[in-house]
Design a protein around this ligand. Structure first.
Ligand code: IDP
Ligand code: MG
Length: 152
């Protein structure tokens, strides 16, 4: 196990549909720690950088429009193997293929409105955390349940 940080965003549909608390609760109950969080509008410039790897694909422009259409909740989460854990908790990109029990599988119906983003690798996490957060916006602290999450 290795302690990691990942970038997570509750997308505009998640905010508009009142799923912010529900989504954050799932991560909290799993034992994942919030080290940064902000409620914000996303500029076209930021959206295009964030989805830069998808530039040229048919869904690039619609996805940039989607993400800039209404506020999002941007977060940095920390925990053991948190990058993969969050991806598993999110479910597959298309909510109709995502497992029931995952966030996208439980709340989504359409690949173009899939509620949540989470970094897909160590390199992506580093890139996205630096893109969305300043170092001083990330807070180091001890959470009281941390000692109970892993054994000896
Ligand atoms: P991911 O979010 O599960 O990592 P990616 O393939 O990286 O999935 O795609 C980024 C985002 O682009 C998706 O979460 C979704 O919002 C959007 N997207 C991807 N593929 C499609 C598509 O085929 N139609 C519409 N939107 C898509
Ligand atoms: Mg991706």
């Amino acid at each position: 196990m290795v302690k990691q940080r990942t970038f997570v965003m509750i997308k505009p549909d998640g905010v508009q549909r009142g799923l912010v608390g529900e989504v954050i609760s799932r991560f909290e109950r799993k034992g994942i720690k919030i080290v940064g969080m902000k409620f914000m509008s996303v500029s076209r410039e930021l959206a295009e950088k964030h989805y830069g790897v998808h530039r040229g694909k048919p869904f690039f422009e619609p996805t940039v429009k989607y993400i800039t259409s209404s506020p999002v909740v941007a977060m940095v989460l920390e925990g053991e193997n948190v990058i993969e854990t969050v991806r598993r908790m999110m479910g597959k990109t298309d909510p109709m293929e995502a497992e029931i029990g995952s966030i996208r599988g439980d709340y989504g119906q359409f690949i173009g409105r899939n509620i949540i983003h989470g970094s897909d690798s160590v390199e992506t996490a580093e890139f996205e955390i630096n893109l969305w957060f300043k170092p001083e916006e990330l807070i180091e602290y001890h959470r009281i349940d941390e000692d109970w999450l892993i054994g000896d």
